[in-house]
Structures are given as structure tokens and as C-alpha cells.
Design a protein around this ligand. Structure first.
Ligand code: C2O
Ligand code: CU
Length: 579
């Protein structure tokens, strides 16, 4: 059983057990003896079964089970200790079992809430609040069921509940110790990158564009979605003038995967102010990384990118040979881009398809009709890529794969999620059943470029209640906190840094660090054995644990976030900061 299914199964059992105890308590209060005993017996089994699921989760990694062991464990023990004997002894009047069964129900529910609302890391504050809730709810039930608890018992209950409540609330309300990111703006340092050799102006504005045969409202660069394709040759100096005509919420340009100097990174509130209607901002950087990249607005990025403020950036080592096609995939107003395009290619021509996922979720790509190689991922060439046939690739949000092949005499077609987006002639092939390439096992290995590690960080991805803003929200969290309260990761120039990224939630988180490419070390404890994989965007699926490393060689303050941009807006953003 995978860790993800274990997480889901454990959650389900916990819900059923809580419901069983509560239902049993209610049935007992109503003197429905059979029903009460049946529900309670089921709940007891569920509660005991969690000992197994939680143990297995803890063995997969403490991050997956911490609060379950430390909070749910003791509460479940209490539940079983209080309610269990009532079941075994089979009371004459079933009503006398109501309060113990309800107590067990409250205990299981409170533990469940700690998992769902708080998660990792386990905290004393959340544990105490759970205890307060259980004691309080039990005391109220006792009263309502008119069981006349002795005054000493009720006084003790009130005292315990109040103490736990006050201490727990105090602990939970205290913000995390580390400082939030100082959202100060770095001034443009006008670093000398030389005279621009390519100049472009991108004007952001509302527009009506064509998507899959229908006119839709969009936000566009120069009136088109995607924006103009920027292409350069290594060594070029790019100067991009960004103007905002009428995007009220502001615009910036972030060069996704391009490790530009920090002041060109385009993150509003961190490296510059958002460019408001009527304003402009000039980006200038040297194109010294070859490969496939893209640009997009980083101001209200979820809406901005979804509405169309993105485009392709391709840097070639030399002028393109053969056929060199970019395929930026996007969903605009629910309609898929780009339109299918068919163009015959003479047999023997080298072809490079640059696949770019500009959406917030993973897409599945399949190239039918030819053997091919994955020449590069996220702009970096792979070492020793071998030919693949009838193999699909999954590209995470923000990620890029370059597929290369020599055109055969027969038609070739590229499908995205089963839809043809590029073809050299008419074909129809069912690719849904093809196996998926594991990039960690593809190509030829090379020794690691470092032998030491200077800093290690762990990022546990989850959901949780965020009470630190104006309104409470159910945030996407890192280590139990949401932006802007996630402590920044401090590094020194030259450090070799590792991230352990753990996904204990039930959704995929495509991880993206700005300004650096990370080398994948392992996934779920199994080392990467293929070509060195230098990524800027990678899917951490539910239950997965990724270890990646990078050299801190680009000083500044860098966003480090989930590229499901809705998750990012909902809290899943932190920052890497050079000391
Ligand atoms: Cu492509 Cu911070 O994003
Ligand atoms: Cu996410």
C-alpha cells in the first residue's frame, strides 16, 4: 500500500471511528441498545485498527504520523479505556453508557481535527486545545443527559478544560518564532550586463482572444495568448520593457527557470513593486543558459497566469537546425491551448519539440509514430538519453521537456492528455495505456558535484487552519505555517543546501525554487540512478519524500513555492534568503 493510500485510509478510518462512537453515544442516550452496542463495537475496532495504520505511517516517515502518535494516540487510548469496559460489561441500562461513548467520540473527533486543521509538526498547543474540547464537550453532555455528576467531578472538568483551553490557545496564537520575510523592495542595481542585443516590449492588457474556436476574455501580452515568443542565442543581452495598460491588479515578469540576478526575478513585494496600469519596468539580463523556459506575471499569479499573462522563452546555443517547435500547453477559460497544428516534415529532418506546461496541474504527453529521446528537462540537457518508444511523459506545472527525434517517413503525432497538438501528418493512435517515463531512472549517471552538505531544510507540505491573517483560512501550509508566516530559509553564498520535501497532503504539489536549479538526490529514499536531473519544477505527489540539493550561488531573496498557483496564493510560499 502506498503512503498516499495509507494517509487516505487512516483518515477514513478515523472519521468512521469518530462517527461510530458519537452515534453509539446518541443511540445509548435514546436507549437503542442494539444500535448503540453495534456502533460502539465498530468504532472500537476502527480505533484499534488505527494503531496499525499510524505505525506503518510512522515507519514511512515521522512527518506522516507525528500528531497521530502524539495527540491521536493518547486520546484514542483514553477513548478505549473509558468506553471499552462499558461495552464488555454490557450495562443493564444502556443509557449509563452514553456519556462514556460520547467521550470516546469527542476524543476521536478532536484528534481528527488536529490532523485536518493543524497537521505537522505536532504542537502542544493543538494537543491542549483538543483536550479542552473533549473535556468541555463531555461535561456539557453529562449535564444535558442529566446524569448528575458529583460537584467535584464537574468542577474538576471545568478546571481542566479551562486550563487546557487557555494554555492551548496561547500556544497556538503565538506566531512562529522566526521573523516573517521583510517584504522590502530591493532597488534595481542596474548591474552592467552590457548593451542589449535583443529588445522587446511587452504590453499587458485585457483582451479578447480566440481559444479552441471561441472568443474568450483574457489578459494578454501584446494582445495575444500566449504572449510573443522570446528567443535568443546564448550570449545575447535581453532587454524587455514591460508596460501595463489596464491590468488593475498589477503585472511583473518572472523568468521561470531562468536563473537571472535577483533584481530581475519579477516577484512583487520581494524583488520589485508590481507594475500598475500606466507604469513600466525594464528587465535586462544576459542569456547565458541555453534551453526551454517561459515567462509569466508573478502579480496575483494564480489569476494572472490563468488569464493568459505568459509566454515562451527559448535560448538556443546556436541557430536552430531542422524543425524546432515550442508547444506551450495552457487552459484558457476552460479551453485547451494550443490548437492542433499539422505540418509535414521531410524524412531525415531532426525535430525538437519543446513541451512547456504553463498550467497549474500536471499534463501527460505522448509522442506517437517515432522513437524519441528526452534531450533536456527544465532547460538542462540530460546525460546519455536513450531512445524511447510508446512511452508517455508527465510534465509538472511549470516544467519543460525537450523531445528530439529524426523525422521518419510516416506521420508522427504529439498528444497532450489524449488530444493531438502537433502532427506531421494524419494519424490516430491510442496512447492512454502507455507506461510513463521515470526521469529519475533515465539516462547515464554521473558523480555528484559536491561531497559535503552545509545546510539541510525540511519542508512538510500539508493543509491547515491559518489564523494569522485578517480572516481565518484553510491554507496550503509548509511546516504548519502559511505565507507570510513561514520562516525564511537562511543560507550563505557558496553553501551546498539540501531540501527534504515531504507531501503529507492528498494533492500534488509541483515544487519550484526561484533562481536556482536543484539536483534530485532521491525520491522515497531511493536514490536517483539516471542522468543528473537539474530541475526547477517537480511534482511531489501525495505521500512522496524528495531530497534535492543545490549550490547557493545566486545571492538575493528568492521565492520557493508550490507552482499550483492557487496553492501558492493560499499560503504555500516561502523564501530562500542569503545572509
Ligand atoms: Cu513560475 Cu514563482 O513561478
Ligand atoms: Cu501545491
Amino acid at each position: 500500500m502506498s503512503v498516499a493510500s495509507l494517509i487516505a485510509a487512516d483518515l477514513l478510518i478515523a472519521v468512521l471511528a469518530a462517527a461510530g462512537w458519537l452515534g453509539g453515544g446518541a443511540a445509548a442516550a435514546a436507549r437503542r441498545r442494539r444500535l448503540a452496542l453495534g456502533l460502539a463495537a465498530g468504532a472500537l475496532l476502527g480505533t484499534l485498527a488505527r494503531a496499525v495504520t499510524v505505525t506503518v505511517l510512522a515507519r514511512a516517515g515521522w512527518w506522516f504520523a507525528a500528531e497521530k502518535v502524539l495527540v491521536a494516540g493518547p486520546l484514542s487510548l483514553a477513548a478505549v479505556a473509558v468506553a471499552g469496559p462499558r461495552l464488555v460489561r454490557r450495562p443493564g441500562d444502556i443509557r449509563s453508557a452514553a456519556v462514556p461513548l460520547l467521550f470516546a467520540g469527542y476524543a476521536e473527533s478532536a484528534a481528527l481535527l488536529v490532523t485536518v486543521l493543524h497537521g505537522y509538526p505536532a504542537s502542544a498547543g493543538a494537543g491542549l486545545l483538543a483536550v479542552a474540547a473533549v473535556v468541555g464537550a463531555t461535561a456539557v453532555s453529562w449535564r444535558l443527559l442529566d446524569a448528575r455528576p458529583s460537584p467535584t467531578v464537574s468542577r474538576t472538568a471545568v478546571a481542566v478544560a479551562a486550563a487546557a483551553l487557555v494554555t492551548g490557545a496561547g500556544l497556538v496564537a503565538t506566531p512562529a518564532g522566526a521573523p516573517a520575510v521583510p517584504h522590502a523592495l530591493a532597488a534595481q542595481d542596474g548591474r552592467a550586463v552590457g548593451e542589449p542585443t535583443r529588445r522587446v516590449t511587452l504590453t499587458a492588457g485585457t483582451a479578447t482572444v480566440r481559444a479552441a474556436g471561441r472568443d474568450v476574455a483574457a489578459w494578454a501580452f501584446n494582445g495575444q495568448v500566449p504572449g510573443p515568443e522570446l528567443s535568443a542565442t546564448v550570449g545575447d543581452v535581453l532587454e524587455v520593457r514591460l508596460r501595463n495598460r489596464d491590468i488593475a491588479r498589477g503585472v511583473t515578469l518572472h523568468w521561470h527557470g531562468y536563473d537571472v540576478p535577483n533584481d530581475q526575478d519579477g516577484v512583487p513585494g520581494v524583488t520589485q513593486a508590481a507594475v500598475l496600469p500606466g507604469q513600466e519596468f525594464v528587465y535586462r539580463f544576459r542569456a547565458d543558459q541555453a534551453g526551454t523556459y517561459w515567462y509569466h506575471t508573478h502579480s496575483v499569479s494564480d489569476v494572472g497566469v490563468r488569464m493568459g499573462l505568459y509566454g515562451v522563452l527559448v535560448v538556443r546555443p546556436a541557430p536552430a537546425v531542422g524543425v524546432d517547435v515550442t508547444v506551450p500547453v495552457h487552459t484558457l477559460a476552460g479551453r485547451p491551448l494550443p490548437e492542433a497544428r499539422t505540418e509535414p516534415v521531410a524524412a531525415g529532418t531532426p525535430v525538437r519539440l519543446r513541451l512547456i506546461n504553463t498550467d497549474s496541474t500536471t499534463h501527460r504527453y505522448a509522442l506517437a509514430g517515432t522513437a524519441f529521446q528526452v534531450a533536456a528537462i527544465d532547460g538542462t540537457d540530460l546525460r546519455g538519453p536513450t531512445p524511447l518508444v510508446e512511452t508517455a511523459v508527465l510534465i509538472p506545472a511549470g516544467g519543460r521537456y525537450d523531445l528530439v527525434f529524426t523525422a521518419p517517413g510516416t506521420p508522427v503525432a504529439l498528444q497532450v492528455d489524449g488530444r493531438v497538438v502537433y502532427a506531421t501528418g494524419p494519424t490516430s493512435v491510442a496512447t492512454g495505456g502507455w507506461p510513463v517515463l521515470d526521469p529519475l531512472r533515465y539516462g547515464a549517471a554521473a558523480p555528484a558535484p559536491w561531497s559535503r552538505v552545509d545546510r539541510k531544510f525540511t519542508l512538510v507540505l500539508d493543509r491547515g487552519l491559518d489564523l494569522h491573517g485578517l480572516l481565518p483560512r484553510y491554507a496550503h501550509t509548509v511546516n504548519g505555517a502559511a505565507d507570510p508566516d513561514i520562516p525564511p530559509q537562511l543560507v550563505r553564498s557558496g553553501d551546498v543546501v539540501t531540501f527534504t520535501i515531504v507531501n503529507r497532503s492528498l494533492v500534488v504539489h509541483p515544487w519550484h525554487l526561484h533562481g536556482h536549479h536543484v539536483l534530485v538526490l532521491s525520491r522515497d529514499g531511493r536514490p536517483a540512478t539516471g542522468s543528473p536531473l537539474w530541475l526547477d519544477s517537480f511534482d511531489v505527489r501525495p505521500g512522496e519524500v524528495w531530497r534535492v540539493a543545490f549550490r547557493a550561488d545566486n545571492p538575493g531573496m528568492w521565492a520557493n513555492h508550490c507552482h499550483n498557483l492557487a496553492h501558492a496564493e493560499a499560503g504555500m510560499v516561502l523564501h530562500l534568503m542569503y545572509q
